[in-house]
Design a protein around this ligand. Structure first.
Ligand code: COA
Ligand code: ZN
Length: 327
């Protein structure tokens, strides 16, 4: 029985879209502040890889996220590629004003599904964030900019544990009704597991069929790709991922990297699912990430190579077997 390639036992969409978030989720947690020039070069290189969306930066307070204090400069200097939508993370009205001055294709508003993480990360109650996000949706729509809302800690909160799914769907529904085109369910610290992801995605799609669902996974506990597979089987077509597996929220204890884009692309390409991403080109970018962030970036796929990047047998074998078989 054939057990790999086009596996008949697994079903999901033939085509998915990837939102590359390393420039935002990745760089926000790095201990070094990457110079603007290097960020622009990274974004320009990623722009040539075939992503549907790229999250370029965030318009947060420089005290909260010093690494991304140059958001305006980055947005003004990148070369925007045709076919790529450039999105930016925005936590409050002040951030929205800044973001709109840079003409992003989309603003990605953010709040947490859990109270404690919302307070730790955004220094607001959920109610304050919710109210602010509703007026931000209004303002962004008036400005003619598309809105996505990212809900953090949906699959578990590092302070509170399990999060009530009904509260997640209530928030998502309210933001969608206010005019957000998309909602991202975020697994901020890798607490999600595959059956939970499948259930959440299925319920989301049946409750909010007109809303673009994106799934944002961290590989903190090694379940990133398994969760992505579960989401795909549930019909999800939009995935966030970070090149090199960079990423993490500085205000979530124990946070670590996003699911690595190259591994996500490689997995889906192996299954003949079209991601639109040029894997060799992406691997070149991943190979340069260590220099960008000033540390080793351990990309398993970069080290191993794609699954059919086979190796020459050891040199001694030819002679040994020629002698042994007398040929
Ligand atoms: N961009 C730039 N500066 C901002 C800002 C923004 N979006 N929002 C607030 N500020 C400035 C204010 O102008 C003020 O400056 P001042 O001290 O010079 O007067 C200062 O920051 C404090 O403003 P305040 O409204 O009290 O904000 P805060 O300190 O309570 O922080 C957030 C609130 C939301 C801005 C901050 O917590 C934040 O940026 N969090 C983002 C965290 C994040 O990105 N996490 C990872 C992604 S999930
Ligand atoms: Zn994240």
């Amino acid at each position: 029985m054939k057990t790999n390639g086009n596996a008949a036992a697994l079903h999901g969409p033939a085509r998915i879209e990837i939102n590359e978030v390393a420039p935002r989720d990745g760089l926000q947690i790095e201990p070094v502040v990457v110079p603007t020039d290097a960020k622009v070069a990274l974004l320009d290189a990623l722009s040539a890889c075939g992503f549907a969306r790229i999250e370029a930066t965030s318009f947060t307070s420089a005290r909260a996220i010093p690494a991304l204090a140059d958001a305006e400069a980055v947005m003004h200097r990148i070369a925007r590629a045709n076919g790529v939508r450039y999105t930016v993370l925005v936590p409050n009205l002040r951030g929205l004003e800044r973001a709109l001055s840079c003409a992003p294709d989309e603003v990605n508003l953010v709040m947490s599904a859990s109270e404690t993480h919302n307070r730790a990360n955004l220094r607001m109650t959920r109610e304050q964030s919710r109210a602010q996000l509703l007026s931000m949706i209004d303002a962004a729509r008036t400005a003619g900019v598309a809105v996505n809302v990212s809900l953090s800690t949906v699959f578990g909160c590092p302070f509170e544990g399990d999060v009530d799914p009904d509260s997640v769907f209530a928030l998502a529904g309210e933001f969608a009704a206010a005019g957000a085109q998309g909602v991202t369910l975020c697994d901020t610290t890798g607490m999600a597991f595959p059956t939970q992801v499948a259930q959440m995605c299925e319920r989301f799609q049946s409750l909010l069929p007109g809303v673009d669902l994106t799934i944002h996974l961290h590989n903190t506990r090694g379940m990133g790709l398994a969760n992505a597979l579960a989401a795909w089987q549930a019909g999800v077509t939009r995935f966030d991922a970070a090149a090199g597996g960079l990423g993490g929220c500085p205000y979530a204890p124990g946070a670590s990297g996003n699911v690595a884009t190259e591994e996500l692309v490689h997995m889906f390409a192996s299954m003949d699912v079209d991601t639109g991403v040029d894997l060799p080109r992406l691997l070149q970018v991943v190979g340069g990430l260590g220099e960008v962030v000033g540390r080793d970036v351990c990309s398993q796929l970069l080290r191993a190579g794609p699954r059919l990047a086979t190796h020459r047998p050891p040199a001694w074998m030819a002679e040994h077997f020629a002698a042994a078989t007398g040929g």
